[in-house]
Design a protein around this ligand. Structure first.
Ligand code: PLP
Length: 463
């Protein structure tokens, strides 16, 4: 699609809408001339040159990509009108769109019933889920795995809830025996499971965890901020994806789910989402506001069921627009996710064939973790990995390769069969999030480029 054309049409449409309210006199102080603005614009665009190329296939580092043009046009078209999705009167159109996209997300997870809303991030969405967890099970704690996102520790601290961390298995999944032992003590009100850990992209065994809910009455919260959209592949029978549908089919049995449309949903930053299976949790949000009191109690006002007040209606419009082009179906957005999964499998296979690199563990999603093969000590792996990340991104733009580093504990190497001298307690390895369908086309080339970053004298001796 022609971005210039549709951005122009978005501006035209906003002007037509404005004109329908009749002309008015602009205050002279609010008028800025093109010449004056031109200087600012030059400086702005020059400064923005110092940005990271998330859009490019040679960027495969952190969990980020460029927004889809459909999302950009949807965002800008709405942002020009600046709707606020706090309450219905702040943005009737975008509030309706938010209800629709939240329904679509709930359908993607096969939730029988739901209540939910968009948030400004996965962090805030998880805060909301843990807030409801606290209100539902007062005085009880939260357990999550050592590989869960750091936000759970921090949000438990903020909410005054005891937090418990348990170890992971050799695949990076939460150890449910350790969870059950804790749950049996009665100290736990909520178990947090991660569907796509931020480090290695591991998927906790959600189906097995459902038994804990039945047996002990704990709440289950699924942090699928990163992995959530992979639920579109839940019913996939394409063997080439090497895919376990079980956790995705089990998600609908949980109490709350977080998913970030600004990760795998093609959105610009500022778009997370939280869903609850029990609509009655709305009672925990009850409050009295002198500004919007006339709406109190109506769930059509999203501010009645969210901790944030003002929120960009443009985020809802962007997601709504995107989901018209890429519906939440296997043959819609699912096609892009299947590509990223195939990219990771290809990338991992190529790493295994490459002498300079060793796979850390098999990818469960589209994140691949690996390390330089030569160093015999953990400090050597750490040093070479860090050097490769720095060197990859400091090359001239036409050749730069963007990786990320992941710090792992010494013991985690051993359980995955890596024999390294553990001379330091932990060390950095390499990590690539292959989030773009284009990565399927260039996975082999990327690995070749990364292998070339391994220093030829990398015997692990600190330099
Ligand atoms: C990214 C992520 C978060 C935090 O979400 P933000 O949108 O960055 O605030 C939380 N949990 C998991 C599993 C994530 O991948």
């Amino acid at each position: 699609m022609d971005l210039m054309k549709w951005l122009g049409r978005a501006v035209d449409s906003a002007l037509v809408w404005e004109a329908s309210f009749g002309g008015y006199e602009s205050h002279p102080d609010s008028i800025i001339g093109d010449q004056e603005f031109g200087r600012v614009f030059e400086e702005l665009t020059e400064r923005l040159g110092d940005s990271t190329p998330f859009f490019h296939p040679r960027y495969a580092g952190q969990m980020t990509r460029a927004p889809h043009p459909a999302a950009i046009v949807g965002y800008v078209a709405a942002m020009l009108l600046n709707p606020n999705n706090h309450d219905f009167t702040g943005g009737p159109a975008t509030t309706q769109m938010e209800h629709e996209v939240v329904q679509e997300l709930a359908t993607m997870f096969s939730l029988p019933t739901h209540i939910g809303h968009l948030t400004s991030s996965g962090t805030i969405a998880n805060l909301e889920a843990l807030f409801v967890a606290r209100q539902s099970h007062p005085g009880r704690g939260v357990v999550f795995s050592a590989d869960a996102h750091f936000t759970h520790d921090r949000m438990c601290d903020l909410l005054g809830m005891p937090a418990y961390r348990v170890q992971t298995d050799p695949h990076g999944r939460i150890d449910l025996d350790a969870v059950e032992e804790l749950v049996r003590t009665g100290a736990i009100g909520t178990v947090v499971l991660t569907a796509g850990t931020t480090g290695v992209g591991a998927i906790d065994s959600i189906a097995d965890a459902l038994i804990l809910k039945e047996r002990y009455g704990v709440r289950l919260h699924v942090d699928a901020a990163y992995g959530g959209f992979f639920a579109l592949l839940a019913d996939d029978d394409d063997k080439s994806l090497e895919w376990d549908p079980a956790p995705w089919r089990a998600i609908c049995g949980s109490d709350s789910i977080v998913v970030d449309p600004h990760k795998h949903g093609l959105q610009p930053y500022g778009c997370g989402a939280v869903l609850f299976t029990d609509p009655a949790v709305a009672r925990h949000y009850r409050h009295d506001s002198p500004y919007t009191r006339m709406f109190a109690g109506s769930p059509s006002h999203l501010g009645e069921i969210s901790l944030e007040c003002s929120r960009a209606g443009a985020s809802a419009a962007a997601l709504w627009t995107t989901l018209r082009v890429y519906p939440l179906r296997r043959d819609g957005l699912g096609t892009l996710l299947a590509s990223t999964r195939r990219a990771a499998l290809r990338f991992a296979r190529k790493v295994e064939e490459t002498a300079e690199l060793t796979l850390y563990q098999q990818p469960q999603l589209d994140i691949v973790t690996y390390l330089p093969s030569a160093p015999r000590t953990l400090s050597g792996v750490d040093e070479i990995s860090a050097r490769m990340v720095a060197e990859g991104m400091s090359a001239e733009p036409g050749n730069a390769v963007f990786l990320s580093a992941l710090r792992v504990d010494a013991a985690d190497f051993g359980v995955r069969g890596h024999c390294l001298g553990t001379d330091v307690p932990n060390g950095r390895i390499l990590r690539s999030a292959l989030m773009k369908p284009e990565h399927e086309l260039c996975a082999d080339d990327l690995v070749t480029r990364i292998a070339a970053l391994v220093p030829t004298d990398s015997d692990g001796a600190p330099s």
